[in-house]
Design a protein around this ligand. Sequence first.
Ligand code: DCP
Ligand code: CA
Length: 366
Amino acid sequence: MNRIIGHIDLDYFFAQVEEVENPVIKERPVLVCVFSGRTEDSGVVSTANYRARELGVRSGMPIVLAKKKLEGKEPVLIPLERGKYDAMSERVMQIVADEVDVLQQTGIDEAFFDITKKTNGDFAISRSFADRIKKSILESEHLTCSIGLGRSKAVAKLASDSSKPAGLLVIEPESTESFLNPLPVTKLYGVGPKAAQALEELKIRTVGELKASQFQDLEKKLGRSLAIYLQSAASGTDDEAVLPTREMPSQLSRIITLKRNTRDPVDALAQLGNAVSDLEERLTKQNVTYRTISAIAILTDLSTRTKSKTFETPMRTVSGAESSLLALFEELGSSVEKEFRRVGVRVSDLESNENQSSLSEFLTPA
Ligand code: DCP
Ligand code: CA
């Protein structure tokens, strides 16, 4: 069976989160900045939206220089708020983790995943699979991302890079070689500054040249294991596994945008239908129970309100708590002035069923 490996990377992440929070800034250059506080503009740009990048702004650039490039373009400068991006990252990674066989998060906004089992090693199925993940992230969090699929981690990463922004690139086994060969070797996953320097000295500039290079030359400069990896990555046959990084979540939630704004709890719950069954599926998949359920409403002014209820005994299903959920939405509806624009449900105080069942097995006399 074909291995099908994916790489997902959110587009201009910190700046995109700021745009989602305040969509009116979207048309302007947006810079998320780390202000050092020495003078008003001292510090660096953490990241920028594509509008600002078109005008020459880059991550790591001094704010003063970025402002010079954006003179007269009405840039929006926003101080970096890590907690906000961490929370968003967590929600997005959970969406992906729920869909794939294995997820390995490698940064705040990127991860590898394996979908070999899910798709039966079928690349045509894998494309619609990846499309669904993209749609789900867009629908729930309003963020775009880029996904690459291929038969190895190195291929998947190069594919997601090449498809930026908001892209999806599927590299099937038979087109792997022609895709890889012309790419600059510095883009290959695992080539850091030291390896890049060594490859430059060997005059190896493209992935194709790396594949065709003399193994002994590489080994001499980079050591045996890196040399073996690089040549296999260059031919798209690196077989490094996607290693799971997710631990048990502390909560699970689903939020949807309503088709029509409302304050009617019955209507809100009816529109939440699929999200509730989704959450139910996740509880089963993660094999966890919950003690607290919350109704979440994001109002037309974008403020968020929640009402929660904690049960005395652990709950296995969300549908089993439907009357409580309805009561929570009733409370929300009568306590706010504005209509709901988005609604959601969250379960927390999670407990793993695995421990319980192993404990009960242990206690059951043989
Ligand atoms: N980041 C940073 N400083 C850098 C590079 C990145 O603070 N020199 C932060 C801000 C980015 C986030 O990490 O939003 C993710 O980094 P990426 O390299 O994935 O960059 P972006 O997501 O911003 O852009 P792209 O669309 O190219 O992925
Ligand atoms: Ca990114």
